[in-house]
Design a binder for this molecule. Structure first.
Ligand SMILES: [Zn+2]
Length: 424
């Protein structure tokens, strides 16, 4: 299938069954999650009686470079035609972004004469903090509705896909940023080599690239199979990221481990031509830990699928027991990952009455595949459920604080990952 992504205007390599980075044949399964709908395609009420496309959700690992990836994917236009993800709806994500901005201003000595560019800048959730500090910032964001929200908060934004072509246009227009960043975008790039080559073109000599993504080591160790969905084409360890970035003349010199999205890493890259940047101690340490875990061996990936199946059995066992006892169960959140979990486990309104989300763009719509309705958060408190099933489990602490009121009627929280847990 020929695919376009929201993050590249180039056609993705159409060679199904070939590694997105090195081109080797894909022969080794990480996990087969069956057929699933696109997890960001929330359905309006007038579409729930229509046919809904389902696609294979099958993760592979490349036997040559160990990049974990989906073989089949769907065109970005289908995925992102009504893009509903707005970063600013999570308080903890905003705090995380503000701290990053302070850290980078100090570390790089950024001033009003510097420039920062964020690729896939979403609604300006992060760049707004650079703008507030008087540092010139530019967003590159292909979803026009999301980019408009960024402009409204004072963040200049170019509505573009990113890759070599856009990088050359920006450089020709006089942009040469000292800092280029991208958060939770790398996974969504079908033409990975075009994207990373674009970073190389755009970055000023002596500049720094930082990229954040969920850490594959944590995905596997934490049994986070719901990180796999069609919108995420690739899943990175530090070791695979090092191979890919070094392959494009941007060797990594540092890495930070972050708690976001269930365990992420932030990699730091610079031009290979820049002298004097030795790999940091923490990069060497994490690389050693990954190698020690066997992340560059096929055996590491071979046992994941059975753990995922056992998780499904445990989640269903809990839900069946709760419903036999006459309990009311309501969901919290409508994240992409939740739809992987619900569809893989076959959980519909027979188990979960409805879910709620703070993003008003999703209200009145239905979860893809399972058709669980999405309401505003107030509805949850009115319903007084026995259990709140937390789908964005990576935000469970924040959510349990927000919903502390459910304890007034004895309500409890259910967290499905890494293992089903009931919290008072
Ligand atoms: Zn490969």
């Amino acid at each position: 299938m020929v695919a376009r992504s929201r993050f590249s205007d180039r056609l993705a390599p159409a060679a199904a069954g070939r590694c997105r980075f090195c081109g080797a044949a894909l022969e080794h399964t990480v996990v087969d999650l069956g057929m699933s709908p696109l997890c960001e395609s929330f359905l309006p009420a007038d579409q729930i009686n229509s046919m809904e496309p389902f696609y294979p959700l099958h993760a592979w690992v490349c036997g040559q470079c160990f990049l974990v990836q989906l073989e089949e994917y769907v065109g970005g236009e289908a995925i992102f035609s009504d893009y509903a993800y707005f970063s600013s709806f999570s308080d903890s994500w905003l705090d995380h972004s503000r701290r990053y901005v302070e850290q980078m201003i100090d570390a790089l000595g950024l001033t009003s004469r510097s420039e920062v560019i964020e690729v896939a800048s979403n609604d300006g959730y992060l760049l707004q903090y650079f703008v507030q500090r008087g540092i010139p910032a530019l967003g590159v964001e292909p979803a026009a509705n999301v980019a408009a929200a960024a402009e409204a908060r004072g963040v200049p934004t170019v509505v573009k896909f990113f890759g070599r072509a856009t990088a050359r246009e920006l450089v020709a227009a006089g942009h040469r940023p000292e800092l280029v960043l991208g958060n939770n975008v790398l996974a969504q790039v079908p033409d990975l080599n075009d994207f990373v080559a674009g970073l190389k073109i755009l970055l000023a000599p002596g500049g720094v690239v930082t990229i954040e993504f969920p850490h594959l080591l944590r995905t596997i160790e934490g049994n986070q199979f719901d990180q796999f969905y069609h919108e995420h084409f690739s899943y990175f360890s530090l070791c695979t990221a090092e191979r890919i970035f070094a392959g494009h003349g941007l060797p990594l010199f540092d890495v930070e481990e972050l708690p976001t999205h269930g365990g992420s890493i932030r990699i730091y890259a610079a031009h290979a031509e820049d002298r004097g940047r030795e790999p940091s101690a923490r990069l060497l340490e994490l690389r050693g830990r990954e190698e020690g875990a066997g992340i560059n061996t096929l055996a590491y990936y071979a046992q994941f699928e059975e753990r995922v199946r056992e998780t499904k059995r445990k989640v269903l066992a809990f839900l069946i027991e709760a419903k036999r006892d006459g309990k009311r169960i309501v969901g919290y959140g409508a994240p992409g990952k939740g739809n992987t979990l619900l569809n893989y486990c076959g959980i519909r309104t027979d188990f979960i009455d409805f879910t709620v989300d703070r993003n008003h763009h999703k209200h009145g719509k239905f979860l893809p595949g399972t058709h669980i309705p999405i309401f505003p958060p107030e509805r949850l408190m009115e319903a007084r459920p026995d259990y709140v099933f937390i789908l964005p489990w990576n935000l469970k602490t924040e959510i349990m604080q927000q919903l502390a009121g459910i304890r007034a009627w004895g309500g409890q929280f259910v967290v499905p990952i890494p293992e089903l847990t009931v919290c008072q």
